[in-house]
Ligand binder design. Structure first.
Ligand code: ZN
Ligand code: ZN
Length: 153
């Protein structure tokens, strides 16, 4: 992925946003939290540099979720239809995560990595040749470098 500009919106359209920058990676998270938060089997998530997402219509409402390890995330939702649009780590962080199903271009998105496959629904068949991790990837920076070099022709 290279420098790009993407737009997205919630289900009812009250909140829209814009991302501009270089996406880091597109992954599917199969963790139990993501399944519950979406009512689905996994979240399609686009990791982007922090500070590259801005609302262009409406004002998303934050919901703070504390994880078992003590880290906290802000999940930004539409205050009307409650669609989850993106999330940010509370405190200093290099990343934000777009819930990629809300992107206007979402039909074209294919995950490069699958994480938290320990929690994946048993019927899900993961594609061959795509990196997978039972939980969080142990070294995110190394993974990012691997993906970036694989994208270069
Ligand atoms: Zn909405
Ligand atoms: Zn998850």
């Amino acid at each position: 992925m290279s420098e790009s500009r993407m737009t997205g919106a919630c289900l009812c359209g009250a909140v829209a946003y814009e991302f501009s920058g270089e996406p880091i990676m597109l992954y599917a998270c199969h963790c139990a939290d993501c399944q519950t938060a979406t009512g689905s089997a996994f979240v399609l998530a686009l990791r982007v540099p922090a500070g590259t997402i801005r609302p262009t219509r409406g004002q998303p409402k934050p919901y703070v979720r504390a994880r078992a390890d003590g880290r906290k995330r802000n999940i930004l939702r539409c205050p009307e239809c409650l669609t989850a649009l993106w999330s940010e780590q509370l405190g200093p962080s290099d990343y934000a995560t777009i819930y990629a199903g809300t992107l206007d271009s979402s039909p074209a998105l294919q995950p490069e990595v699958h994480i938290w496959t320990d929690d994946a629904q048993p019927w899900i068949v993961l594609p061959q040749g795509v990196p997978r991790f039972p939980r969080n990837p142990p070294d995110m920076d190394a993974l990012t470098r691997t993906l970036q070099s694989a994208r270069k022709p």
